[in-house]
Design a protein around this ligand. Structure first.
Ligand SMILES: O=C(O)[C@H]1NCC[C@@H]1O
Length: 337
């Protein structure tokens, strides 16, 4: 019996995949995208599994459903899907989704060139540039980002101690800079990153509490951001972001770049108005900027945050009609380890 058929637009943002699902959307319960994300995870997660994992997807696969706006002033809502679940926010996913949606008329902006989008982590603004029917650049104004923990010593079995920070940019990131037991991503292979990242993430998650002060469903360390020397002279920094169980982001990572700018801001190394050209493991670039500083009052005190923006590009390369048929023994995908 066929469980569902999903038309998809396949794209990539600076090298990382974005599968935009254009039909087959389940009706989701809830008023906000945060509530709808919970409903999707509880009742419809088979769709994500079928579309993201092998044999229809792969370790890096990532995508989005576009829904009607939840709030009055928004143009649309986005639900992010990927191999690890439904992220509260995804930067490369937003850039790819906006590119595919505008080029294919899936979203009609109230103001051409601008979008307001409801996402599980909050509300974001987007500006995009077009040449003829192609979107050439997308700049997203991300959710407020902040440094959550700093100078934490982690004991990593067989590697040794690492001193790390944890920062939020729409997801919580362990940030590891070069030090005694880590020479930098320019000295590490992809295999090294894939070997150590899940261990670092689970050790960090076991000892550090990360709960978003405004939405407790946004919690836990999901990503590891390793730093090192850039390949391009015009890049300010380089990173390799690990997510899911076996993925290294091929894009410079929008939420990771936001988290990294929040970390550098908190340490006095970036200021409001500064730009930050960030490079991925394959050398592709996003341009980040600290647009503003904000203070959020919580029961535990005031948290200083930044309002970051991220600019990048995406290319649409295919259209795909995918059936998930539960007579297929691999209908809901698999992973190998
Ligand atoms: O750009 C981003 O924000 C995402 N890319 C893959 C991992 C991150 O969540």
């Amino acid at each position: 019996m066929i469980k569902g058929t999903f038309f998809c637009i396949d794209a990539h943002t600076c090298g990382n995949p974005v599968r935009i699902v254009t039909s087959g959307h389940p009706n989701l319960r809830g008023h906000s995208m945060s509530e709808k994300r919970q409903d999707f995870l509880e009742n419809h997660d088979w769709i994500r599994q079928g579309l993201m994992f092998e044999p229809r997807g792969h370790d890096m696969m990532s995508g989005a459903f576009i829904y009607p706006p939840c709030s009055e002033d928004a143009d649309a809502s986005i639900l992010f899907i990927e191999t690890s679940g439904c992220l509260p926010m995804c930067g490369h996913g937003t850039i790819g989704t906006v590119t595919g949606a505008i080029e294919n008329g899936l979203i009609t902006p109230k103001i051409p060139g601008q979008l307001t989008l409801d996402v599980p982590a909050g509300k974001i603004q987007v500006e995009y540039q077009q040449q003829n029917n192609k979107v050439t650049a997308v700049k997203l104004y991300n959710v407020a980002s902040y440094l959550a923990h700093q100078n934490i010593v982690l004991d990593i079995p067989e590697l040794g101690q690492l001193v790390v920070d944890v920062s939020y940019g729409g997801n919580y990131y362990v940030i590891v800079e070069p030090q005694d037991n880590f020479p930098g991503i320019d000295q590490w292979s992809a295999g090294d990153i894939l070997r150590w990242s899940p261990i670092v993430r689970s050790v960090a998650d076991a000892v550090l509490e990360c709960i978003h002060p405004q939405d407790p469903t946004v919690c836990g360390i999901s990503h590891v951001l390793w730093t090192g020397r850039p390949q391009n002279l015009e890049s300010d920094a380089a990173n390799a972001v690990f997510y899911g169980e076996k993925a290294i982001d091929r894009s410079p990572c929008g939420t990771g770049t936001s988290a990294r700018m929040a970390q550098l801001f908190a340490k006095g190394l970036l200021s409001k108005g500064d730009t930050f050209t960030h490079e991925s493991y394959i050398g592709s670039q996003f341009v980040g900027k600290i647009e503003d500083e904000v203070e959020i009052t919580t029961p535990a005190g005031v948290i200083k945050m930044i309002k970051p923006s991220i600019q990048g590009w995406a290319k649409v390369f295919g259209k795909n009609c995918i059936t998930i048929d539960d007579e297929d023994p691999y209908a809901f995908g698999f992973t190998v380890s």
